[in-house]
Design a protein. Structure first.
Length: 190
């Protein structure tokens, strides 16, 4: 019981840290200004980790790997702790254990990114209905737009209602289910 509580806390904290690191990565990738409340929060909570890593990890084609790689490493550490608490660490082959930890960590990082995207899309939809001129609406819409654009080419606006967020969230849910299946397949290798 305490082990499950401990794992829940570790998973939540790891997911939050990875999520903020991924938000920083995506905001830089989409060239979204950090001069807004969300950007300032992201910078304030990740500078302690990203700035020192930038000295050792260069960017790649405009992508900030010093934000992306630590998000993955955090998820690998969460997987390590989960396997350790469950007693899998001592019984497994070390090579397969490393492959499983890094593979599941990658899948978990993608999962966090998909949940982040779902949150951004939902916030964008809510802002469009409630207050399209809210201080964060521009940032949230800029984050969501590149992912909604392909759906907007296919799905027309019906009766003044944009159904593309629903379609994107449905695709994200299917992707999350596929990631969960891949995760359990990888864990079975340990």
């Amino acid at each position: 019981m305490l082990g499950n509580l401990f794992l829940t806390i570790i998973d939540t904290l790891g997911g939050l840290l990875s999520g903020v690191l991924l938000a920083r990565f995506i905001m830089q990738w989409q060239r979204i200004s950090f001069r807004n409340p969300l950007g300032q929060f992201v910078v304030a909570t990740t500078d302690w980790l990203v700035l020192p890593l930038r000295r050792a990890i260069p960017g790649l084609g405009g992508l900030d790997l010093a934000s992306l790689l630590p998000a993955w490493v955090v998820q690998v550490l969460v997987v390590f702790v989960a396997l350790w608490v469950r007693g899998v660490i001592g019984a497994a082959n070390p090579v397969s254990l490393l492959v499983v930890m890094w593979g599941v960590g990658l899948l978990e990082t993608v999962k966090v990114a998909l949940y982040l995207l779902m949150g951004v899309v939902l916030m964008s939809a809510i802002f469009s209905w409630v207050n399209p001129h809210a201080p964060l609406a521009g940032v949230v819409n800029a984050l969501a737009e590149p992912f909604l654009r392909p759906f907007r080419r296919i799905i027309p606006i019906i009766g003044g209602v944009d159904l593309t967020p629903i379609a994107l969230i449905l695709v994200l849910q299917v992707t999350l289910n596929a990631l969960a299946m891949g995760k359990y397949m990888l864990i079975g290798l340990a």
